[in-house]
Design a protein around this ligand. Sequence first.
Ligand code: ADP
Ligand code: MG
Ligand code: MG
Length: 209
Amino acid sequence: MPLTPAQIPEFINAISAAINQHADEITELDQAIGDGDHLFNLQRGLEALQSHAAEIAALDWPAAWQKIGMTVMAAIGGASGSLYATLFIGLSKHGKDKPTDMRTFAEALQAAVAAVKQRGKADVGEKTMLDVWVPAAETLARAASSGKDLNAILDQVCAAADAGVESTRDMLATKGRASFLGERSKGHIDAGAKTAQLMIAAIARHIRQ
Ligand code: ADP
Ligand code: MG
Ligand code: MG
């Protein structure tokens, strides 16, 4: 059964639950090499989405992604706000007038992640959320076009996201606040990479068959 925007409220709740379960860990990570507000930023965004969830659920996918992007943009002040707004607005743009299957979604996600790279002038290897989003999107595209079944696709995407989080540990941060620490940014995983992985895992658990 194809996913529809009617399921968006459940996804928002699943993501909120996963973020809240890891609240202390997320705050500690952003305190270690950032300014400690990443949990609060995401919670504000998720609360805003929860309050618009019914409205978003009634839209088609491109309009729903657009509304999610605009809501996140308005609610989140930090770097993660404009980057996630770019991701969702990118999904909207690249999903227009296309079928809503996994392959099309995977292509749209890759294009949206490319827009995030552009927006933040960052790429893989700089100790950011991109160290999760880039491999997750690439793995999704590869797995979806190989005709694997849904659960196998989800397993591969989650494994790519897990590896992406871990890869940030020994990286030198060259973008965002953590870059101010130079060499001292090494030895900690990136908070934004961790929350990206938590979001991906929560969605995967939710749509697993
Ligand atoms: P702020 O850094 O403004 O306090 P948050 O704490 O909400 O914002 O988000 C920090 C996260 O944003 C970082 O952990 C990192 O993953 C991500 N990030 C920061 N700058 C960039 C960038 N230029 N490109 C991609 N991701 C970034
Ligand atoms: Mg922060
Ligand atoms: Mg901040």
